[in-house]
Ligand binder design. Sequence first.
Ligand code: SF4
Ligand code: SF4
Length: 384
Amino acid sequence: MSTGIKNLVRTLDSVDFLKMDRRTFMKALGAMGAATFLGTYKSDIVSALDFAETKLVWLHGSECTGCSESVLNAGNPDLVQALQKLNVNLVFHETICAQQGIWNDGKLVNNAELNSEVLLEDTYKQGGYILVVEGSIPNGPDGSGRYLVIGNKTFKESLAEAAKNAVAIVAVGACAAYGGITSADSEVAKDTDYRGVAFAKEDPTKGMLKELGIDKPVINIPGCPAHPDWVLLTLGAVILGKIKIPNDLDTLLDNYGRPKVFYPPDHTVHDNCPRRGYYDRGELDEEVGGPGCLWKLGCKAPYAHADCGIRRWNGSVSMCTQAGGPCIACVEPNFPDGSRPLYVEAEDKGVLLGANIDTVSKVAVGAAAVAAGVHAVRRMGKGE
Ligand code: SF4
Ligand code: SF4
């Protein structure tokens, strides 16, 4: 941490973070950078005891529930802490809650109190809840949405009902954000037509809400899965009123609806990779299991805008490249097609800014040239 940031942290340590006005909060956030800020204040965020109850509805579309699992693995705060301290009433979460729905003959399972149909209908009528969507929404076949039907209702219809009176909508994971794995190129992709809540494969004009005629802002927390900190800290900031919707979103989110604090537009996973020194020295592994850089094994981290290298995963213990797995840029809007083939050196990218990477490797031209190459790669990734 630089001396300037250390001083800033020291000054802000004496400030009650929760009483900061929005301007000061944003200033601190910008000045300190995501990792430092969140590392310093994360526990303060969850020490807010006196907030009015916030209702949270968490819906599942087409997905693997990996993002829920990821959130359940959260360490600091863990999910229970976050819900309790932020006074969140998790009204509905398909895989965690006890409520049941309807039999396939349309009759209610269990009594009204323990029935999700009744509960959700009441909640939607009352409004004022935060909606989290995990998983994509199939629009097919032929715009009917019938590739995903839950309780006699298409998920497309369920999303429309839920989104209408939500005060904030957060799309968690690559599938909910942009379509993710479910929308990968395949022979059936056109027919299934999987969409993200507000985007469809990078195209914000084809998100499901637009298709439904609902004009509401959405915060995207992509990742396959999303990091628990990204999810809980975003929800925490929304609940605590640190993010005002919609006014703050233009400055807080990037062009793909991601909070810049976790998905920095000017930095990639590669910038803070624990193996970065090997890359700079041109020591590129050609077989799995070595200590060197994973570029030749298909690492796509130079395209991945996320703070994984600083934040790390599993309680800050490790992350993909540290564990020997090439990054697959799971946070990007063109994932997974943009990262395919996953474990193969990116096509034509053996040549970085005119220098063949093998030559770079042999003569180790130094960090500056390689860094310039990485900028070129980033531009290529953005299609510029
Ligand atoms: S290319 Fe991948 S493994 Fe190599 S330094 Fe960059 S992020 Fe790390
Ligand atoms: S390191 Fe890459 S693949 Fe792993 S979680 Fe981060 S962005 Fe996704």
